[in-house]
Design a protein around this ligand. Structure first.
Ligand code: ARG
Length: 566
């Protein structure tokens, strides 16, 4: 695709020797409205250099610049030189690119040779995968897809919460009150019940806590019975998590969770000793972080057992040694900001300069609007139930709108689950938000179903046309405002994808694809596509095809499917 901004910078550069090409590129702006052209070059900086009025400089420079075939006109407006791109050239450049690249449109290789780890989801074994976990799962998956599309090597890690004193409690609870069959049937619900029961009983019978500590110690020492039970809890929980991952179409490259690092602690503590940063405090070992305005990092408890934070340090070292990452990203809720600041600081104090490449990507909380899920008081909302309900509600909507649709169940799944995923990615990730069915499943709002519906609309036009789509068309047909708006949106896609990794904000793709869908729907509303005039029809079909492809590619980066009918 022609990089018009760069082309314009080159033209300016050939007349101006006092600024580098890069400087010129960075000065070029996109004007706030289209009467001012597609790109504008402000002359304030040159005015300073030449000690002349900026509008004079703009006029002088404009007189010298030669027009090329892809620039329709060049105008001076005050201190700015405004460039108007020839609309046919724009259409040709953008549409040819999309139609050639197809599923690869938006992909680049800027990340070649670099490895990015995206750690996401990371639920706790024997605890429910609840609506809060979906944010990590969905944001992490989208980030992974974007990094991959930009050519990075990627590693998806699910840092399972599969270790810690709670496993001692679970073992005790299971041995006392557990039933194997029940656990097999509904692992997480049953294990959770046992866990809750343990806490209730321990209030009256404090010796249970002591027993739990003992069982955890046994587990740490590799005791056969403890290990077998733990392994079983882990397996059945993971099977259940995998059901959710399957529904979402999500996979991982590694499930190395907290337990994986349990034998890697002594080395970590030795390095801390060597660096002289660890000290005793009331029997525990800590790294003091007062100098950095943070509470101390607790490394080992007084009974010698290690903690969540220590395991994170061991995991980061392991990942550096195993993958030699360029970035090690953690998609974890904002409640853990302090935790991440603490351990990353400790890693830095241990002398690892790559500490700066460990990036916490936090996100806000989800709460459910009243009545979203019927739950008995105090019961947690399981993600699986939310997804199932989304599918069910979507099916009802489709039954009303399009009762004759083939494979309704399959489509209801794609839309219902897509709607929840899209909703999660529609907002700036750090914002807390309230989940509501109306907002999520609204087919006319800025939602997943709206974008998916627009996609099916493009598919339907192309089906009706039933002819080969080519980019060898008369692009002058596509120079009206409606067409140009769609083409500009399509042309922005590769830049939007690149922008995601600046702040690890996948929601900008969700916003983008809504804008594209809106621009297309305006075009669709105002223009007949399958007209008799062949020239017009062929050009418009090329635009429809490019829109279809771009929406599909954008949704795919978000982890949302694009059905062809709905
Ligand atoms: N298991 C933790 C939880 O559910 C999240 C783990 C986050 N990742 C990490 N490396 N600390 O709260």
């Amino acid at each position: 695709m022609k990089d018009f901004k760069l082309e314009i910078a080159n033209i300016i550069s050939s007349q101006v020797s006092d600024l580098s090409l890069d400087e010129i590129v960075s000065l070029i702006e996109v004007p706030p409205n289209k009467d001012m052209g597609d790109y504008a070059f402000p002359c304030f900086k040159l005015a300073k250099i030449f000690r002349k009025a900026p509008n004079l400089i703009a006029q002088e420079l404009c007189d010298k610049i030669e027009k090329t075939d892809y620039i329709q006109k060049i105008e001076v407006a005050g201190a700015y030189i405004n460039f108007f791109i020839d609309k046919s050239s724009l259409a040709k450049s953008v549409l040819t690119e999309v139609l050639n690249k197809k599923d690869d449109y938006g992909k680049t290789n800027v990340g070649e040779g670099k490895t990015v780890i995206v750690e996401f989801s990371s639920p706790n074994i024997a605890k429910p995968f609840h609506i809060g976990h979906i944010r990590s799962t969905v944001i992490g998956n989208a980030l992974y897809k974007v990094y991959k599309a930009l050519g990075f090597n990627t590693v998806r890690i699910n840092h399972l919460g599969d270790y810690g004193t709670q496993f001692g409690k679970l073992i005790v609870a299971f041995k006392r009150w557990g039933d194997e069959e029940e656990v097999k049937k509904a692992p997480i619900k049953t294990l959770l019940k046992l866990y809750v029961k343990f806490h209730e009983e321990a209030e009256n019978e404090p010796s249970l806590d002591e027993e739990a500590r003992m069982w955890f110690k046994k587990l740490e020492e590799g005791d056969k019975e403890a290990t077998e039970l733990w392994q079983w809890f882990r397996d059945v929980s993971l099977q259940e998590f995998n059901k959710v991952y399957d529904m979402l179409g999500i996979e991982f490259d590694s499930y190395a969770g907290e337990s994986f690092y349990s034998d890697k602690m002594p080395r970590v503590i030795n390095i801390m000793k060597e660096k002289g940063i660890i000290k005793e405090s009331k029997g525990a070992q800590i790294v003091d972080l007062e100098e950095y305005n943070m509470p101390p990092a607790l490394i080992t408890k007084s009974d010698g057992s290690t903690l969540y934070l220590t395991r994170d340090i061991a995991a980061a070292i392991y990942r550096k040694e195993t993958y030699d990452f360029y970035k090690n990203i953690y998609v974890v809720g904002s409640q853990q900001i302090l935790h991440f600041n603490q351990w990353i600081k400790v890693v830095e104090l241990m002398g690892f300069d790559w500490a700066k490449d460990c990036v916490h990507v936090p996100f806000g909380m989800v709460s459910l609007e009243e009545g979203t899920m019927s739950t008995r008081k105090g019961r947690v909302v399981f993600l699986e139930d939310v997804l199932n309900k989304a599918v069910e509600k979507t099916k009802e909507i489709i039954m009303e709108k399009n009762p004759n649709l083939e494979n309704i169940d399959e489509v209801a799944k794609q839309i219902g689950i897509g709607a929840v995923v899209f909703q999660e990615l529609s907002n700036n990730r750090i914002k807390d938000y309230t989940f509501s069915w109306d907002r999520t499943l609204n087919f006319d709002g800025e939602t997943g179903p709206y974008v998916q519906y627009t996609h099916t609309r493009t598919c339907s036009v192309l089906r009706k046309a039933n002819e080969e789509i080519s980019s060898d068309v008369d692009f002058s047909v596509l120079t009206d405002d409606d067409s140009v708006n769609v083409i500009k949106e399509i042309g922005n896609f590769p830049k939007v994808v690149k922008d995601v990794i600046k702040n690890n904000e996948p929601h900008i793709i969700a916003r983008y694809v809504v804008d594209l869908a809106q621009a297309f729907n305006k075009f669709y509303h105002d223009n007949v596509i399958l007209v008799d005039d062949e020239k017009t029809k062929k050009a418009r079909l090329a635009l429809v095809e490019a829109t279809r492809q771009t929406i599909k590619n954008a949704l795919s980066l978000l982890g949302v499917e694009a059905p062809e009918r709905m």
